[in-house]
Design a protein. Structure first.
Length: 281
């Protein structure tokens, strides 16, 4: 940009110089042929009489004066500024989370277990039974028999006593004897029997089961987020600035009436100013 602006400044200055040179050259080109052209007489034929030559016109006098004009230039100012932009970067942090798993475990407890066995238990009760009491009682019987007178009969070894007929008398005879007897009676007595029965007792026993128990541990993990961040850097640059100054300018009048600032129709270059000035971004 600096090179372009410097070239523009030199171009404006050169253009002014060229225009002044062109004006002078144009003036000479017009005047010299007029002065050099031959002068002839009026028409008419014959005779070949020559007319007296005209006197050359006097060359106009060039007068110059100094005027002040405004010229524009470009100056560059070096600046350094921070240019920032928002970028997103990964920001990570280490967190922990619980990770659980099932672990088999033996879980034991003491339980009361009922154990039963069959035992014979003697059960007794009182019953009435019939018993007989033994005793002896004397009983007497009266019998009647004949009492007779006897005489021997027979001889020798065969001799026996023989009742004498008509001499017998029936006499009562009592015969007594002890007779065993028994008496029936109801006597209470204890009757016992073995009765089977269930005998149970509580026996402590260790009972174990396999259960799943959750075991948790803290596991680290990375959590990343996109966070905004200001990314700044120093930018060194040259900034153009249009400046103006008043300079003297020599303006000449060549006699054609175009001198001394005769208006915008002249050939002098126009200097941009104000809103028409060249602006650099």
């Amino acid at each position: 940009i600096e090179s372009v602006c410097l070239q523009n400044h030199h171009s404006v200055t050169s253009l002014q110089t060229v225009n002044i040179f062109t004006m002078n050259y144009f003036f000479v080109a017009l005047v010299v042929p007029v002065l050099a052209a031959p002068q002839y007489g009026g028409g008419g034929g014959g005779g070949g009489v020559s007319q007296p030559a005209r006197a050359p016109a006097a060359a106009p006098t060039v007068s110059c004066q100094t005027e002040y004009t405004t010229i524009w230039d470009t100056e560059y100012t070096e600046t350094e500024e921070q240019q920032c932009s928002t970028i997103y970067v990964n920001q990570c942090q280490t967190l922990t989370k619980q990770q659980c798993r099932n672990v088999p475990k033996q879980q034991c407890s003491t339980v009361q277990e009922r154990q039963c066995s069959t035992v014979n238990k003697q059960v007794c009760k009182t019953e009435m039974r019939t018993e007989y009491e033994q005793y002896t009682e004397t009983e007497c019987n009266t019998e009647y028999k004949d009492d007779c007178e006897y005489h021997w009969e027979g001889q020798g070894e065969a001799k026996v006593w023989v009742p004498i007929p008509g001499t017998c008398k029936s006499n009562a005879y009592d015969t007594c004897k002890d007779v065993p007897k028994q008496k029936q009676k109801q006597v209470p007595h204890k009757v016992c029997n073995n009765v089977p029965s269930q005998q149970c007792v509580n026996v402590p026993r260790k009972k174990c089961t396999t259960v799943n128990q959750q075991k948790c541990t803290n596991v680290p993990y990375q959590k990343c987020d996109q966070v905004p961040k200001q990314d700044c850097k120093a930018v060194h640059k040259k900034v153009p600035k249009r400046v103006s100054r008043r300079v003297p300018k020599k303006v000449c009048n060549d006699g054609s009436g175009s001198g001394y600032g005769s208006g915008s129709g002249g050939s002098s270059p126009a200097i941009r100013s104000g809103s028409d000035a060249v602006k650099f971004q």
